[in-house]
Design a binder for this molecule. Sequence first.
Ligand SMILES: [Zn+2]
Length: 332
Amino acid sequence: MLLKANVTSNGAVLLGEHVACDSHEKTRPLRVVTHAHADHMNGLQQSLKNCSTVVMTPATKDLIDILKGPRCLLRGNVKAVEYDKPLTFDDERLTLHKVDHILGAAQVLVEDAEGNRILYTGDFRMANTPVIQSDLLVIEATYGSPWRTRNFADETEHMLVSTVKKGLKQGPVYVFGYHGKLQEVMQILHEAKIKAPFIMPEKILQITRTHQKHGMRICRPLFSTQHEMQSTLHGEAQYIAFYHMNWRRKVGLDKFRVCVSGWEFNVPCRQTGEREYVVALSDHSDFKGLLEYVRQSKPKLVITDNYRAGDAYALSKQIKHQLGIEAKPLPA
Ligand SMILES: [Zn+2]
């Protein structure tokens, strides 16, 4: 069988004849952005200029409008496509299906004229991701090594809440994480009935408002400056500040700090400084979750994404060894 999927040396995941996902490929008229993380928006300007259509979910479009500015997507023909609503191009059918990763994230199914089902998972976390049946599967490999397994998933949210509560007894708490995951932390803390006000830089505030627009429920005032918060709440001393991971060496250095990171596999919460903790909250499947997706999707061949960070070689080897399904990492 001629290979109907590939991952190019610049990270484009090619599906069928017409589709390129998550990087630009000049021979492909359809570009899909699976979600708004930077390593999935490669070559977006080229795609906007050269592709006939750039496809993404409405929520991903809203996030890119904030992250890249409202004029960015106006440079091309962007089509916001809802989950489970197929789009036909020539003799192929493209459908975005939901994945549990960040707001708006999608897996991409292409069905060709011969009825082959060619699927790319994008980034995903197994727990709440619907598994799609496939003949040919391209899967992310972030935690592709067998030792990237977490055996404590149920404890992580509880540890996050108790660590933040401990910090609030001493004063303000600074939380550091990536876009999407910060909003997940806000939701967890809100549901745990932690009352301290939330404060965040303007861009994170806009991203949080986008989450609210798309269904996130956190009914409490959100502030973008300490001055605004203090004049509204009259000298509140306790608060939780949310910053992008890139700011963790720049702000709140003398405060109680919590970083949320997926690269933790031994314990749900680890102390890294006198008043600093890392909580193992991940928006990717661990090794067991990746294998479980492949097992349920029942493909004849698997390609593991060897362009993005992870371990595509180990994952391919384990898919062959444990499931008896042919697999290979690409690009080689
Ligand atoms: Zn991602």
